[in-house]
Design a protein around this ligand. Structure first.
Ligand code: DQA
Length: 140
């Protein structure tokens, strides 16, 4: 089972960024925990602050991997192109948000990604990534 995790802008700062909202753990550290939890899964991790790079990566892994866990971060709320990329690819995408986007500013309630994804998880912290991986494993 090959699962790609794709994180959008500013998620390279997890552990340093607004720690009251996003916590104290870096994604690299959390990814090691995920690898330990799911030894049978081959994980690929990609993070970018650039919208077009996220689209290109989705196009690439979307025909190679069994599933994608995607947190498009701020682009969730603005990017038609990322929504279109999800619709274009074969692999199922689970949208994950660390924070509860529906309990924050109104602009975070709009997602160009939810309607194109197999499902969405928000507000459960980093645990959301683990739950997304479990769902992808269960359906395989
Ligand atoms: C986020 C929520 C987004 O609204 C925000 O722009 C992010 C992170 C989350 O994981 O909670 O950068 O996707």
């Amino acid at each position: 089972m090959k699962i790609a995790i794709i994180n959008g802008p500013n998620l390279n700062l997890l552990g340093k960024r607004e720690t009251d909202i996003y916590g104290n753990t870096s994604f690299e550290k959390y990814l090691n925990e995920l690898r330990d939890l799911f030894p049978s899964v081959t994980f690929y991790y990609f993070q970018s602050n650039i919208e077009g790079e996220l689209v290109t990566e989705l196009q690439h892994v979307g025909f190679e991997y069994d599933g994608i866990v995607l947190n498009p971060a701020g682009y969730t709320h603005t990017s038609v192109a990322i929504g279109d990329a999800i619709a274009a690819i074969k692999a199922p995408v689970v949208e994950v948000h660390i924070s509860n986007v529906h309990a924050r500013e109104d602009f975070r309630k709009l997602s160009h990604v939810s309607g194109k994804s197999a499902g969405s998880i928000f507000g459960l912290g980093l645990k959301g990534y683990e739950l997304a991986v479990r769902w992808l494993l269960d359906r395989s």
